[in-house]
Structures are given as structure tokens and as C-alpha cells.
Design a protein around this ligand. Structure first.
Ligand SMILES: Nc1ncnc2c1ncn2[C@@H]1O[C@H](COP(=O)(O)OP(=O)(O)OP(=O)(O)O)[C@@H](O)[C@H]1O
Ligand SMILES: [Mg+2]
Length: 301
């Protein structure tokens, strides 16, 4: 199996003169859970549609499993399962019946239905009508559909969209076990880092069609820039004083936040000498979510 399950070189797509995806180069390693993150309209679904061959890029190349989709479309599709938006299910049929039609198309064995239902935890709902299913169960059945046959890669567009916290947890633990227990590489999109940071091994961040970060979750951790949080008796005059002395300081929820962590002693001295009480002064790190927002919010870039 090649090292990269998905590789793209600077793919771009423009709709009516408006660029939706700009020069995106993805590197998705075999065996990883790759979270493709970005706010609404960033270009995640457009990229996914290009990966699945549903849209043709204006520029750039795509390979899946090291294969060119223009020559190996059938093989790539047979090895790639996908769940894009909500799954199309027949409400008046049972879970098994919903899987039966694609099973025949894929020429998979009958036992494959039980195998995929077991993976998604629906083995006891095999003969239940889909119209009695919760949203979370429908989403899991959608995942079972994507897993039918011999899939080595799953491409999921916002698989937790619309699920309640319990449904999100279920989906998360399911996705986490796919590479380790079933040898399946997972590429999933989300607009919330908090939803995927516990399952992902790798992260790609998209902002206005462009990749602003790509790397492992621990590389992302290193982007958590430390800062000083200061709690004082008079935040407004303290902020004015420190700013006048040349430090970069912002007022956030009645606290002050300074970027120069090395200046902790000097800042403390300046405040005390000016007669301002310092109740709290400590170094903190941005959360991953803050890093994500900083990178993807266009106005602060
Ligand atoms: N078929 C289309 N025709 C015209 N514009 C489109 C089309 N598909 C997407 N776009 C535009 O491309 C941009 C990217 O959209 P896309 O759906 O890829 O974003 P997304 O990251 O999936 O967002 P969301 O989180 O809302 O699903 C948006 O500005 C969108 O309006
Ligand atoms: Mg989308």
C-alpha cells in the first residue's frame, strides 16, 4: 500500500469567477485519521467532491492510493467509501434491506452486511425499519453503507453534522477504531476542531479556499502561542499604561492579555509602581480552538 492514501497537487476550483478552492495540496498518509477543518464556505465540500470525482478541478492533480483517477476510476471507487451530506436511505426498508442493494452492486458477500452492521453497532437493528431510527442511527447506517465491500479509505463530509452530543461521541469512537482495527484511512471534514481533535492524527485547515495549516496534531499543538493573563484592580488604566510603555496588551472579558511572556516581571513592576493592584499574573497557552480560529478567521490574518 503506498504511503499516501490521498495526494493532491495545488488543486483549484472556481465557480462563476469566484474561487472556492485555491491551490490545495493534500497529503493524507495511509492509516491516519485526517481532519479537514474550515469554517462554513471554506471549500471543504468542494475539495471532497473533487476527491470523489464528482467535480473536476480547474487546475492541479489528484491521486488516490497513488493511482490517477483518470485511468483507474473503477478501482479507486471500489476502494473508497464515502458519506457526503446525509445518507440516502429508504425509510420503509430495514437496515439490512438498505444494505442489500449496494451489496449486490459491489458484489460483496451476504456476510458483509453483518460485518458492517457490527462495526457501526447496529447488529441488533438489522431487521428494524429505518423510519424508526434516530438521526444518529441513520448516520451510522450511512457509515455502514460506506464501509460495504473492501474499503481502504473513507471520505466523510461532516459526519457528525446534526447529531446530538451522544451521537457525536458514538461517531467519534467509531471513527477512531477504523484505522487501527479495520485498516481504513479516514478523511473527514468538520468546522469544529473540538469535535475532531480527539480522533484525528493529522489536521488540514482551510480558510477561504486556501490551506493555512497541514500537519500532525502535535505539530498543531506547537502553534499554541503562550501569552500573559493579567487581572488588575483598574483594567482600563492598566491597559493604557502598559500600551504606553510599548507592550502589546488587549482587554478581554475584564482581564488583560499581553503577548510578551518574557516581560512578566517588568509588567508586574510597572503596574505596582503605578499603584494598581495585581490580583493575578500568569503565563497561559491558547487552546487549539483559539489557534484554529486565529488561522481561519480572514480578518485577523
Ligand atoms: N455548485 C456551486 N456553484 C457555485 N458556487 C458554489 C458551488 N459549490 C460551492 N460553491 C461556493 O464555493 C464556496 C465553498 O463552498 P463549500 O461548500 O466547498 O464550503 P464548505 O467548506 O463545505 O462549507 P460548509 O461548512 O458550509 O459545508 C462557497 O462560497 C460556496 O458558495
Ligand atoms: Mg460543506
Amino acid at each position: 500500500m503506498p504511503e499516501l492514501a490521498i495526494s493532491t497537487t495545488a488543486i483549484s476550483k472556481t465557480f462563476d469567477g469566484k474561487p472556492a478552492v485555491r491551490g490545495v495540496s493534500l497529503r493524507v498518509e495511509t492509516g491516519s485519521v485526517y481532519a479537514f477543518l474550515g469554517p462554513n464556505g471554506a471549500g471543504k465540500s468542494t475539495t471532497i467532491r473533487m476527491l470523489l470525482g464528482l467535480l473536476r478541478p480547474d487546475q492541479g492533480d489528484i491521486t488516490l492510493f497513488g493511482l490517477d483517477p483518470r485511468q483507474h476510476r473503477g478501482e479507486i471507487l471500489a476502494r473508497t467509501g464515502s458519506l457526503v451530506e446525509s445518507p440516502s436511505l429508504y425509510a420503509h426498508l430495514t437496515a439490512r434491506e438498505n444494505l442489500e442493494i449496494p451489496r449486490r452492486i459491489l458484489d460483496a458477500s451476504r456476510s458483509d452486511i453483518d460485518r458492517v452492521l457490527k462495526i457501526v453497532g447496529l447488529e441488533n437493528a438489522r431487521e428494524s425499519l429505518v423510519k424508526t431510527f434516530s438521526l444518529g442511527m441513520k448516520q451510522r447506517l450511512g457509515l455502514a453503507l460506506a464501509l460495504l465491500g473492501n474499503r481502504q479509505l473513507l471520505i466523510l463530509d461532516e459526519p457528525t453534522n446534526g447529531l446530538d452530543p451522544a451521537g457525536i461521541l458514538e461517531m467519534r469512537s467509531l471513527i477512531r477504531q477504523l484505522p487501527t482495527e479495520h485498516g481504513i484511512t479516514v478523511f473527514l471534514s468538520s468546522h469544529l476542531l473540538t469535535e475532531v481533535e480527539q480522533v484525528a492524527t493529522h489536521v488540514g485547515m482551510l480558510s477561504q479556499g486556501e490551506m493555512v495549516f497541514q500537519g500532525t496534531v502535535s505539530e498543531l499543538e506547537q502553534m499554541r502561542r503562550p501569552f500573559l493573563r493579567i487581572v488588575v484592580s483598574e483594567p482600563e488604566s492598566a491597559c493604557a499604561l502598559l500600551t504606553a510603555k510599548g507592550w502589546e496588551v488587549r482587554a478581554v472579558d475584564g482581564h488583560l492579555v499581553a503577548s510578551d511572556v518574557k516581560a512578566v516581571a517588568a509588567i508586574n513592576r510597572t503596574l505596582v509602581q503605578a499603584g494598581i493592584d495585581v490580583h493575578h499574573l500568569a503565563t497561559e497557552s491558547a487552546s487549539l480552538e483559539e489557534v484554529f480560529l486565529r488561522m481561519t478567521r480572514a480578518e485577523v490574518r
